[in-house]
Design a protein around this ligand. Structure first.
Ligand SMILES: C[S@@+](CC[C@H](N)C(=O)[O-])C[C@H]1O[C@@H](n2cnc3c(N)ncnc32)[C@H](O)[C@@H]1O
Length: 279
């Protein structure tokens, strides 16, 4: 997370359209371990399905990285599109889903989605691009490609949660969690906090993941904390390690039946412009 403040401020100035993601760009193997460890009880998936069942639906995953979440959507969705700007990840995501006929991966950015208007029922982004102020162009694009009544869902880490959020705050002293929540509320989102459990096969996996997420001193502290949290179970011969991690799930439904004056109506006959809540 040490890279995050610099990347974010440059992004807010509009200087950088692709938000650097060193964890998955440079440590892809460890990031795969992280993705497999995350939310082992499926809490986030349960919450998402409670908002909108995507069976038979058209789903878009923005900032899909190497496509980890695409097969899960594809199992029941009609179609799934992943959009990712970083070319090596686009290629790996395509490899991951090559046997899945209803999935396609496109190279592109949240701010200029290479996709038609009103084509998706669910637009999902997980810990990608939508981190608060500065992501308005991506919000407008997500709204454009959603069908009326469609759901935009943004999953990110809850920087106020314990203990993971505390380690994040050590690396991000200027990050303003209430400010970010207010930003999403102003943009018309509801926010739900979800507590999850990460499960690592062993201490080496846990250390590898925390080292790609935090600066060296914060990672050392986090590793010591997780070892302490797991002391009792390791005494019983259990090698696996768990870690509670909180997320925020921001959701917004595109209004139906609205034609905003001065905006076009798409060929499907429904209002395809941004909702009036979008500045
Ligand atoms: C931390 S990774 C998360 C990847 C994936 N969502 C996952 O959960 O495995 C963040 C991703 O966002 C991508 N990204 C960065 N800037 C972006 C932008 N402007 N539009 C869309 N994606 C972006 C990065 O290339 C990276 O793949």
């Amino acid at each position: 997370m040490r890279w995050f403040p610099r990347a974010l401020s440059s992004f807010r100035r509009g200087g950088e359209e692709v938000l650097p993601s060193p964890n998955i760009w440079y440590y892809q193997k460890a990031y795969e371990v992280e993705n497999r460890a995350q939310d082992v009880d499926g809490e986030i998936w349960r919450v998402l399905a409670g908002y909108r069942d995507w069976s038979g639906a058209d789903v878009l995953d923005i900032g899909c990285g190497d496509g980890f979440h695409l097969p899960r959507f594809a199992a029941t969705a009609r179609s799934v599109v992943g959009v990712e700007p970083h070319e090596p990840l686009v290629l790996d995501a395509r490899k991951r889903v090559e046997r899945l006929e209803n999935v396609e991966v496109r190279q592109g950015r949240a701010q200029r989605l290479p996709l038609p208007d009103a084509a998706f029922d669910v637009v999902h982004a997980r810990t990608a691009y939508f981190f608060g102020p500065g992501c308005e162009p991506g919000l407008r694009e997500a709204e454009r490609v959603l069908r009326p009544g469609g759901l935009l869902v943004i999953v990110d880490l809850d920087v106020t949660s314990e203990p993971y959020g505390r380690w994040m705050r050590l690396d991000l002293p200027h990050y303003d969690p209430p400010g970010v929540e207010k930003f999403f509320a102003r943009q018309g989102f509801a926010c739900r906090k979800v507590m999850t459990r990460w499960l690592f096969e062993d201490a080496a996996a846990m250390e590898a993941v925390l080292k790609i997420e935090f600066s060296a001193p914060v990672a050392a502290k986090a590793i010591a904390d997780v070892r302490r949290l797991n002391e009792v179970s390791s005494g019983s011969g259990e090698k696996r390690m768990t870690l509670p991690v909180g997320y925020r799930v921001h959701t917004r439904v595109k209004p139906t039946g609205l034609v905003v004056p001065g905006h076009s109506v798409s060929s499907s006959g429904v209002a395809s412009s941004a909702s009036p809540r979008i500045p």
